[in-house]
Design a protein around this ligand. Structure first.
Ligand SMILES: [Zn+2]
Length: 105
């Protein structure tokens, strides 16, 4: 069970997707891409290789605003899918705990 999963209404998703389209053509977003940095792995990329990523996915109630939209390389974006950063961090922790036999003594 995942108590954090609250599916957003399709109305919300429609609205925020439309906002994301507008944000993508904004000067602000072009400036973000021009930096050429992936928000997640901090690697440098050509602006054409970066995509817009929502920190909180629209499907989870996230908004298409400047706080929630970050440039992400394709690899990080596909790795992330519908998970939030908090969930990814939790998974990393779980993996570490499981793969570390010293913890079980
Ligand atoms: Zn990346």
């Amino acid at each position: 069970m995942n108590q954090y999963f609250v599916p957003a209404s399709s109305e919300h998703q429609k609205k925020e997707k439309a906002k994301a389209r507008e944000l993508r053509i904004s000067q602000w977003w072009k400036g973000q891409l021009a930096k050429g940095l992936c928000y997640h792995c901090n690697e440098r990329f050509h602006p054409s290789e970066l995509t817009m990523d929502h920190l909180i996915p629209i499907a989870r109630g996230g908004k298409s605003d400047r706080k929630n939209c970050v440039p992400s390389c394709k690899e990080c974006n596909s790795k992330k899918g519908y998970k939030t950063r908090a969930e990814m961090a939790m998974e990393e922790l779980e993996k570490k705990t499981l793969s570390d036999p010293d913890e079980e003594k």
